[in-house]
Design a protein around this ligand. Structure first.
Ligand SMILES: Nc1nc2c(ncn2[C@@H]2O[C@H](COP(=O)(O)OP(=O)(O)O)[C@@H](O)[C@H]2O)c(=O)[nH]1
Ligand SMILES: [Mg+2]
Length: 467
């Protein structure tokens, strides 16, 4: 596959590349990219020792001064990375300042005075893409790596960054180009008896194999999605069964107020943890009961609604109190949802039998826990994890595809299947050739070779400034 872009960028851009959350850090980095990078360096940087020529990719110690040379802003380290051996493929200047956000802002202002303009979100990575430093899947992996909420999410992004997905796409692309050439030759020479054409059923087998491979890749989308977006788990149950206690136990924080007064929790309370690298957002809701004041009735309606939207519902019952009509109502109402029934307070004497469970419509035993003694909490987390990853696979190479890749892969597979069908019936090789060309086009949109500017803008605008 050959790249078609390489656009000469006129402007030199700059931004703070380290987090700008308002908190101070040890160091903060300003990144500058474009033809004026070295000029800006010479204008603002005063090296501690005389420098005739700034060497490529070498650190220099000195002061960064204001544009009018009036005063020193900070003691810094700088590095110049000359094109094409830099992140963007252009000349890049990095100024490593002390990590005070106000200081970084003031150094950045001087960089602008010296000739740079503010970088747009994702503009450094967009330039890297435009200058063939990376393809589109790798650029997307950069955004995912920065925003990953768990170690596993970050690991998935690293696989993307390494271009493993791209390699896979390249292999399929190359096979499809061969197939297209073969079919087109067979059309051109179909009249010529001296030309020996390879049997088309071999070609059909190749196409079938590619479709199978694509189907596997598409499956990895769900895996990637849960590691990216996580799952939502709502804790529901009647009043006083220990829902708020469970939220606190699961998250290891005192998030919700625990009290033996029924109807304590009115609003819903969210807290997120990672279970084996999977982001899980727990929501504690108001206890379900049919009495209570107006406010409580409202919060109960809210609780039903929240549970309805969850990926998984934890229905909590109290072994000491036994199974009430209200518990049965809750269990039945969530019959068609993904649910786990959890029996709490096993440190107290039990007051229910397996008949009670059957009456409540439960075929399997609940999970037994005690929020008081912490018994069973780890097993519950394990169950939640198992539920979340059940049936989700990742590719053998470990990469996962995103929604954009998934759509493009599905269109590729559709076009290949149509072509395979035409070839198998030996009917219209022209149509088959056209479908294969379509499939090649869709594959190229994944790596960005044929992506239009609208798609590119949409991808890069999701980045933060400075990346
Ligand atoms: N003995 C015992 N008491 C518990 C356990 N879990 C919660 N409780 C108590 O049950 C009462 C209600 O707990 P809370 O978490 O507020 O329940 P919620 O109304 O369902 O949110 C409080 O007094 C808790 O201390 C448990 O595992 N064992
Ligand atoms: Mg509560």
């Amino acid at each position: 596959m050959c790249k078609i872009h390489t656009i000469v960028q006129e402007d030199t851009i700059a931004a703070i590349a380290t987090p700008v959350t308002g908190a101070a850090g040890g160091i903060g980095v300003i990144r500058v990219s474009g033809a004026d990078s070295e000029g800006i360096c010479r204008t603002l940087f005063r090296p501690r020792f005389k420098v005739e020529k700034f060497e490529d990719r070498r650190l220099y110690f000195g002061d960064v001064c204001s544009f009018d040379k009036g005063h020193i802003l900070d003691e810094v380290l700088i590095a110049l990375m000359k094109a094409p051996h830099s992140y963007t493929g252009e000349d890049v200047l990095e100024i490593h300042c002390h990590g005070n956000p106000l200081l970084l802002e003031s150094v950045l202002r001087e960089v602008f005075k010296a000739g740079a303009r503010p970088a747009e979100p994702g503009e450094f990575t967009k330039r890297a893409f435009m200058n063939n430093r990376m393809d589109l899947t790798q650029a997307e992996a950069v955004a995912e790596l920065i925003s990953a909420r768990t170690e596993q999410g970050a690991q998935n992004a690293v696989y993307g960054l390494q271009g493993i997905l791209t390699d896979e796409i390249r292999k399929m692309h190359s096979s499809l180009v061969d197939v297209a050439a073969l079919i087109e030759t067979s059309i051109d020479f179909s009249e010529d008896e001296n030309v020996n054409m390879p049997p088309l059923d071999q070609t059909v087998t190749v196409l079938d194999e590619i479709v199978c491979r694509i189907e596997e890749m598409v499956l990895s989308y769900e895996t990637g999605k849960i590691y990216r977006d996580g799952i939502s788990v709502v804790i529901t149950g009647s009043t006083n069964v220990g829902k708020s206690s469970l939220l606190n136990r699961l998250t290891g924080q005192q998030r919700a107020i625990v009290a033996d007064i029924p109807g304590t929790t009115r609003d819903f309370i969210d807290a997120e943890i990672a279970i084996r690298g999977l982001p899980v957002r727990f929501t504690d809701t108001a206890g379900i009961r049919n009495s209570g004041d107006f406010l409580e009735k409202e919060s109960v309606l809210y609780a039903w609604e929240k549970a309805g939207q969850a990926d998984l519902v934890l229905i909590l019952i109290d072994v000491h109190r036994g199974i009430s009509d209200c518990d049965t109502q809750i269990i039945k109402r969530h019959e068609n949802k993904k649910r786990l029934v959890v029996a709490n307070k096993i440190d107290l004497p039990h007051h229910f039998s397996s008949e009670d469970l059957k009456r409540a419509g439960l075929e399997t035993e609940p999970l037994f826990i005690s929020c008081k003694t912490n018994t069973g909490i780890d097993s519950l987390k394990e169950e939640i994890y198992k539920y979340a990853v059940a049936g989700k696979s990742r590719s053998e190479q470990g990469f996962v595809v995103n929604l954009r890749h998934k759509h493009a892969l599905e269109k590729t597979a559709e076009a290949i299947s149509k072509a395979g069908h035409q070839l198998a019936e030996n009917s219209m090789p022209e149509t088959a050739a056209y479908e294969i060309r379509e499939a090649i086009y869709f594959l190229e949109t994944i790596t960005g070779e044929t992506a239009d500017s609208e798609i590119l803008d949409r991808i890069f605008l999701n980045f933060c400034i400075g990346k």
